[in-house]
Design a protein around this ligand. Structure first.
Ligand code: ZN
Length: 335
């Protein structure tokens, strides 16, 4: 299961830097994902509009991939749009509350998580700390009210935590949540000390992607993260593995070691360089699936993160796949 996927990104509409280069190929992306053993996915929403867009994608493709779903919440970098001057925009929050309420009431099958929300002190140009804090807290206040007494398990929290030290955990501690509430800190890039603090908490988990593994520290974090606390994601179309990442030589080594038992179809796909893209689609339309586009990361490449975990932890590939799959099955249960 890919727990962090951005299918609403323009790249899946064939638009790069504002220029349309190929037709929307979400259907092909999903086909390739299934062909490479990813049978579940969670689409990330950062704003109310994202929720509407993701909701449409889930409706459109649910027959191809029944286990598709989304998060609903406001990302710290989108928090300015939920403000009215220095104050919370109550009208917009009442819209968000209405959406959550309705999804909970109808036990909507696609509603997998609250979020992505949290704090991001690396990107204060989108919203200052005070705005981020207000918007995050307002969401927690509403969720607490809506879910604390639910007679069933609420959707998980999909948390964004970037360079904000303890602020995220301290903020979460101010509110009371359902006793079975689960919390996933996604795309973890912080220190080992902070990771230890998170995993020491009951019902808290960590999710890694290639961006979490672009530093030595990130590799160490993953090595130390217990398997029963671990989730994996691609964050596609972002966060592809780069040759400059310290994880890259490890992946090459692991691939060599496993070359007889790793037989993902993705390994045989043609990687289209930018100039070749229009010609490919002119010749094949959307009939052929065996391609990848330049640097665009795809969910069919999730197995590489699994392989890196098995390499770093010196465990068998199957063990990692089974363990993380169990975590997903136990956490993303229908309401
Ligand atoms: Zn994030």
């Amino acid at each position: 299961m890919d727990i962090g996927l951005n299918l609403i990104d323009k790249q899946f509409q064939g638009i790069y830097h504002g220029k349309k280069i190929h037709p929307c190929d979400i259907k092909n992306v999903i086909n390739k994902m299934i062909e490479n053993d990813v049978s579940r996915c969670m689409l990330t929403s950062s704003s109310i509009q994202d929720y509407h867009d993701n909701s449409k994608i889930c409706e459109d493709y649910k027959d191809m991939i029944p286990n598709i779903g989304y998060t609903v919440g406001i990302h710290p970098c989108s928090s300015a749009e939920m403000m009215n001057g220095k104050d919370i925009d109550f009208e917009k929050f009442s819209v968000l509350e209405g959406i959550w309420k309705d999804l909970l009431k109808t036990k909507n099958r696609f509603f997998m998580a609250f979020g992505e929300f949290g704090l991001d002190y690396d990107r204060l140009e989108y919203a200052d700390k005070e705005t981020q804090q207000k918007v995050f807290e307002k969401q927690l206040e509403i969720i607490s009210k809506l879910t604390v007494d639910l007679d069933h398990k609420p959707p998980v929290f999909f948390l964004h935590m970037r360079s904000c030290n303890d602020d995220l955990l301290t903020t979460l501690d101010k509110y009371e949540f359902h006793k079975e509430q689960k919390f996933i800190v996604h795309s973890f890039t912080d220190s080992l000390k902070l990771m230890d603090e998170i995993i020491a908490r009951k019902n808290y988990f960590i999710s890694f992607n290639n961006c979490s593994l672009r530093t030595e520290e990130g590799l160490q974090n993953l090595k130390h993260c217990p398997l029963d606390k671990l989730f994996l994601e691609t964050d596609a179309p972002w966060c592809g593995i780069r040759k400059t990442h310290p994880s890259y030589p490890l992946l090459v080594e692991a691939l060599e070691e496993h070359k007889d038992n790793i037989q993902y179809k993705q390994l045989d796909y043609t990687v289209l360089k930018k100039k070749k893209i229009p010609l490919w689609f002119e010749q094949n339309g959307l009939d052929k699936d065996d391609y990848l586009i330049g640097d665009r990361h795809e969910p069919c490449e999730l197995w590489k993160v699994y392989l890196l975990v098995s390499k770093l932890k010196n465990s068998s590939y199957e063990e990692i796949v089974n363990k993380v799959w169990d975590n997903c099955q136990n956490t993303f249960t229908p309401m």
